[in-house]
Design a protein around this ligand. Structure first.
Ligand code: OOB
Length: 550
């Protein structure tokens, strides 16, 4: 397949001066770095539990201490403020120690998902010219270490042991940080209106896009989300989905919980067996799920009651069917909150004191989130009519990292981000997601950029052309179908060969097509592959061949 080209353009597109001044004046942007934010948390909530696992817990002081130790490690490795480091850790306290450690050292983490593999990680390293890869000292991390070591890239690798719960001494008990004096971490000197870290875009194009999020914009979304979701020091938040994802990090997520002095309980796996046990033990009162996981939890709850402590179940990341939404209060004994957000910024919440949100995805965080709903010609549509959602505001980026050409399409001239979502504004002013215009498959909340997989398939032996489309699936919402036009119709490659080919490229397994069909691809009048015709053709047809890539 084609190499990921090193993208070009500016690292960061700042907000126009006028809007930046307004956000400061309104107190949205407070000029605080993550280092100062974490320090404040440690001082304010010192001995309260911050992170909890089945084995142990760490208070706010421990969190500061552990993060500081990692920061020293990174600085010792020669990392400098402004460098990038790919952070690839699963749900484990080490995620936070390394994330904050990088921020304290002034290094910008690239928040890779645990499911990412060689293909994605290499692309992030290349794009950001990352100096460091931090992975788990487990087969996944060791394999990446070997792969990255073979590349002509100056990236170093650091594998963090994840058995600290059992074997390592409690380091912060050995040497306590003096909380009266704030060490001068490089992260303190950074400009709060510059990028703190990079989130990843689900995207629809070939190269994964990086999203620079600033201290100012992200901390605003964290504070405002914590308030909207009524978090308090009594909040016990279960992190079951990947910690690095924007939903789990800041909507209000673990950062929202840490902001107010609550506890983040880290589940290594999202299954009901693991999570219901943690809920019983720690009195968990809030959790964030994707619809596919909610279905699994609802089934489990029919057999094993959910502890009464559970008060709020957030569901987001993919469309939630109203029939499923309706079951939440009864089956899980909790208030349902729908969350419609994106790593690029904008996040919407249904209100906790409102009616049961069956078919609405709520209201934007900020009074200064500007929402435009437009037709194909960028003309506003009346309320109640579906249209393309465009947005700009105090925590929505103005451009992707080094992607000028893509930015000229993804943003309007006025700086509105084209979300690729189709929405309707309802009578109460809330938004309902009605569909999608971007060429992406949302497989149970995991986003697949069609073009990325099509490019990959074009390199496979025997493939003349390829198109990836989504098909409705009762559990995942959508599954992926690869439509293949083979070079020799009499001898097409087998699905097993194609899967093997993609796996060998090092693609995350959730991106492997669930099904393959072999046919002559229909064309539009302009000669492009007619995906609409493909979708219509396969929509009603039963599944031929299924492959569960999970
Ligand atoms: C979240 O972030 P991403 O960046 O993984 O994906 C964003 C996209 C949205 O543009 C939309 O297409 C889809 O995911 N989406 C939803 C949805 N929430 C996200 N589609 C329908 N209903 C919803 N409730 O997925 C994300 C980020 C922060 C908070 C929550 C989700």
């Amino acid at each position: 397949m084609p190499e990921h080209s090193v993208s070009s353009g500016s690292d960061f597109t700042p907000w126009p001066a006028e809007r930046a001044a307004l956000y400061r004046e309104l107190g949205y942007w407070q000029g605080q770095t993550f280092t100062d934010w974490l320090w404040e948390r440690a001082q304010r909530y010192g001995a309260s539990p911050a992170l909890v696992t089945a084995e142990r817990q760490w208070n706010y002081r421990d969190l500061w201490q552990q993060s500081g130790e990692r920061a020293q490690q990174f600085t010792g490795l020669g990392l400098r403020p402004g460098d990038a480091a790919v952070l690839h850790l699963p749900n484990h306290p080490e995620f936070f120690f390394n994330f904050f450690g990088l921020l304290l050292a002034g290094v910008r983490p690239v928040l890779a998902l645990p499911a990412h593999r060689h293909h994605e990680i290499t692309a992030f390293v290349r794009q950001t010219e990352a100096q460091l890869y931090i992975g788990p000292d487990q087969p996944v991390g060791r394999e990446l270490q070997a792969q990255l070591g073979n590349l002509p890239l100056p990236v170093r690798t650091l594998l963090q042991p994840l058995d600290l719960d059992r074997s390592a001494p409690h380091r912060s008990e050995l040497q306590r940080t003096d909380l009266a004096a704030m060490p001068t971490w490089p992260g303190r000197q950074q400009d709060p209106d510059q990028p703190a870290f990079y989130q990843l875009s689900g995207g629809s194009t070939g190269t994964p896009k990086l999203i620079p999020r600033t201290h100012d914009d992200y901390l605003y979304s964290v504070r405002a989300s914590a308030e909207i979701c009524a978090l308090s020091p009594q909040t016990v938040y279960l992190a079951a989905l990947p910690l690095a994802h924007n939903f789990l990090l800041s909507s209000p997520g673990s950062l929202g919980t840490l902001h107010v002095g609550g506890q983040v309980v880290i589940a290594p796996q999202p299954d009901p067996g693991t999570c219901f046990g943690l809920m019983e033990r720690y009195g968990i009162n809030m959790v964030a799920l994707v619809p596919a996981l909610l279905l699994v939890w609802l089934e489990a709850a029919a057999r094993r009651p959910v502890p009464a402590s559970l008060a709020v179940v957030q569901v987001g990341g993919a469309p939630l069917a109203p029939e499923v939404a309706a079951q939440v209060p009864q089956q899980l004994g909790a208030t349902l909150q729908q969350v419609f957000g994106m790593a690029e910024g904008l996040v919407n919440y249904t209100r906790l004191d409102g009616p049961l949100p069956l078919d609405t995805q709520g209201f934007a965080i900020s009074p200064h989130d500007e929402i435009l709903i437009v037709d194909d010609d960028d003309q506003p549509v009346p309320d109640g009519t579906p249209g393309h959602l465009l947005t700009r505001g105090p925590y929505t980026i103005c451009g992707y990292f080094r992607a000028d050409e893509h930015n000229s399409r993804a943003f309007t001239r006025d700086g509105f981000y084209r979300t690729g979502d189709l929405v309707t504004r309802l009578a109460d002013g809330s938004l309902r997601v009605t569909g999608r215009s971007k060429d992406q498959i949302n497989r149970g909340g995991e986003k697949i950029a069609a073009e990325e997989i099509e490019h990959a398939l074009l390199g496979a032996p025997g493939v003349h052309n390829a198109a990836l489309i989504g098909r409705p699936d009762p559990r995942l919402g959508e599954r992926s179908l690869a439509c293949i036009q083979s070079a020799d119709p009499a001898a097409p490659p087998s699905p097993a060969e194609l899967r093997r080919y993609l796996l060998d490229l090092g693609l995350a397994t959730y991106k492997l097509p669930d099904q393959f069909e072999f046919l002559t691809l229909p064309r539009t009048a302009a000669g492009k592959v007619n995906k609409r015709a493909l979708r219509e053709h396969f929509h009603a047809r039963p599944t031929q061949e299924t492959h569960d890539s999970q």
